[in-house]
Design a protein around this ligand. Structure first.
Ligand SMILES: NC(=O)c1ccc[n+]([C@@H]2O[C@H](COP(=O)([O-])OP(=O)(O)OC[C@H]3O[C@@H](n4cnc5c(N)ncnc54)[C@H](OP(=O)(O)O)[C@@H]3O)[C@@H](O)[C@H]2O)c1
Length: 236
């Protein structure tokens, strides 16, 4: 467990898991920078409570120009990032259409947010992560991205996008290993949220607490990349 206070950059923190990840890290005394595309009361309340350690930077994570703009803003806030958490995602096929009824227009937008954006963010923010002490990139993945354990017959867009995110995580780890940066692709478990629905067994707050504890374990570069909420290796 890292006792130093850290600076953590998290995408998509206005609701769901992202909000509680930000809240947990702030509660532990760390500095959090949120990349968000829309402000709401959650964001305003965190800002009110942790005004000196909480920073909000607007960014639609699918837009390269906005990522670049946000990078320049973040660089004015901090010279380093200890942990980058790519959390923002969409699931645009929650109605689970059969293969014969799919509207494929949501596929590329899903891929842009879930697979491409985490890589674009990591690419842009790499100099700040290299300058950090913890040197950790966390991609919030899903069991839905496991090819070996794939059981669904619907929701291709979400599952395919998370499998692609897993590939990006593995390749990124190959690239940044020599800089001492660890990459994790963590399945946070099934929790209630706009994406997870209301039937999930745990709240987003409980899921976030577990993720925060797991990613703060002492990770070495040779450890597993694709892990479950407790840090156990998952099958690709
Ligand atoms: N819920 C589950 O049971 C579950 C299970 C496994 C994995 N996960 C993963 O856990 C993570 C969080 O899921 P969640 O359930 O908390 O989702 P959620 O409640 O639907 O929240 C998604 C977040 O992503 C943001 N976002 C989406 N597109 C964006 C964009 N283009 N630019 C910036 N922000 C964007 C949303 O912001 P806006 O409000 O602006 O849209 C929102 O803050 C995701 O990576 C998800 O795939 C969730």
């Amino acid at each position: 467990m890292n006792k130093q206070t850290m600076t953590i950059l998290i995408t998509g923190t206005n609701r769901g898991l992202g909000f509680y990840l930000a809240d947990c890290f702030l509660e532990e005394g760390h500095t959090v920078i949120s990349l968000i595309r829309s402000r709401n009361n959650n964001i305003k309340n965190l800002k009110k409570k942790y005004s000196l350690r909480y920073f909000i930077v607007p960014c639609n994570v699918t837009k390269e120009k906005e990522i670049l703009r946000s990078f320049h803003k973040v660089r004015k806030i901090t010279p380093y990032i200890d942990i980058l958490i790519n959390n923002a995602a969409v699931h645009l096929e929650q109605h689970k259409p059969d293969i014969q009824n799919i509207n494929f227009s949501c596929y590329v937008p899903t891929y842009k947010v879930n697979s491409l954006a985490p890589l674009m963010i990591a690419s842009r923010f790499l100099p700040l992560i290299k300058a950090g002490r913890t040197k950790l990139i966390v991609n919030i993945s899903s069991e839905a991205g496991s090819i070996e354990n794939a059981y669904r017959k619907t929701e291709y867009s979400y599952c395919m996008s998370k499998a692609a995110l897993n590939m990006a995580s593995k390749m990124l780890q190959n690239r940044v290993k020599d800089d001492g940066i660890k990459v994790l692709a963590i399945h946070p478990g099934w929790f209630s949220s706009d994406m997870g629905g209301v039937d999930a067994p745990v709240t987003p707050g409980q899921a976030a607490y577990r993720v925060v504890k797991t990613i703060q374990k002492k990770w070495s570069l040779s450890d597993a990349i694709y892990i479950d909420p407790d840090g156990k290796e998952m099958a690709w």
